[in-house]
Design a binder for this molecule. Structure first.
Ligand SMILES: [Zn+2]
Length: 166
């Protein structure tokens, strides 16, 4: 099984390809809509941020125990990271009920990615709703951009896992 370090390395090595895909999509969209605003820069930047978040929000958070991502969280974020890691241990337990480690629900790009993102941000949305802040479309599109980038990173991870089980 590719360990966390292998996944980190693969994600880094795939970075030029991922960034190129993001840039190309962006160019095509800009040409298609013939519009250039600050969003033309913001959304692809957030997609790159999503891709780079692959370290911290890795599909392997579905493993019971301290995965590479959790160790990284604690190292980078201190006590807050420990809290976050603990919260994701609960995620691992929950995922166990619907397939466990490497299941479709935790490892598939887009869907598994979406579930992890929702699990990691629902309280933010609840807070916005609680304070009656109506999130504007830019906020939604920003989330979608992050989700797309993280899905790309999860895609690299998923391919490595498949290659490994062959
Ligand atoms: Zn994996």
């Amino acid at each position: 099984m590719p360990d966390g370090k292998t996944h980190l390395r693969l994600r880094k090595e795939s970075r030029p390809v991922a960034w190129t895909i993001i840039a190309l999509v962006e160019i095509v969209l800009t040409l298609y809509y013939q519009k250039f605003t600050y969003l033309t820069i913001l959304f692809p930047l957030l997609t790159v941020v999503g891709y780079e978040m692959g370290d911290l929000l890795s599909p392997d958070l579905d493993q019971i125990g301290v995965s590479n991502s959790e160790a990284l969280m604690m190292r980078r974020l201190g006590p807050l990271g420990a809290l976050w890691a603990g919260y994701f241990m609960l995620y691992a337990y929950l995922i166990r009920f619907i397939g466990g480690h490497r299941s479709f629900w935790s490892h598939s790009p887009f869907i598994g990615t979406g579930i992890r993102l929702v699990y990691g941000t629902w309280f933010m949305w609840l807070g916005l709703w609680w304070y009656r802040v109506i999130p504007d479309p830019t906020l939604y599109m920003s989330m979608v951009s992050i989700w797309l980038g993280l899905s790309l990173s999860d895609g690299v991870h998923w391919l490595a896992d498949i290659e490994d089980t062959k």
